[in-house]
Design a protein around this ligand. Sequence first.
Ligand SMILES: Cc1cc2nc3c(=O)[nH]c(=O)nc-3n(C[C@H](O)[C@H](O)[C@H](O)COP(=O)(O)O)c2cc1C
Length: 162
Amino acid sequence: MTERSPARHLMPQAVFVVTGAAGEVRAGMTACWVVRVSHRPPLYAVAIHHGSQTRDVVAQGNCFCIHILRADQVDLARRFGAVSGRDTDKFAGLAWRSGAGGAPILQDALAFLDCQVASVSEVGDHSLFIGRLVDEGVLHESSALIFRPSDFADIGQSGEED
Ligand SMILES: Cc1cc2nc3c(=O)[nH]c(=O)nc-3n(C[C@H](O)[C@H](O)[C@H](O)COP(=O)(O)O)c2cc1C
């Protein structure tokens, strides 16, 4: 019998960049754990691990912006997922503008969903932010980036291997 991945690693997923801002501090990270959870009002959930800078900045700034990436933007997903913004400026050289609550909107992304934090709860080693959609936009024409484990095999996800 061949060795298989655990079932949890076979769930089809997309991959996003989630940004936030608190005052002059900007943060952003790659995230797979992003999902719509309500039609009316339109609510989106993002699970962010406790060690990340983005978690602290979203909690302080009360806003986040979900970016749907273009199919050719795996390098951008790697940039935002490989290291913490505490150690590097992930926004260097990228065009962005501030959204309604201040979260950076990356102008190269396929589309964005700008949200105001409606609630936050602690779930295991992650904070689950629920955000109400306040603005959205399609910035380019492309298909969306889908998560392929092999694109990120060398950098892992969610802060640690599971
Ligand atoms: C493909 C991929 C998916 C990820 N998904 C998540 C996620 O859903 N939630 C999370 O907390 N971290 C996730 N991460 C890990 C963060 O992106 C990573 O820890 C990042 O460096 C945090 O940066 P920060 O400290 O600047 O916020 C993912 C990483 C990758 C490469």
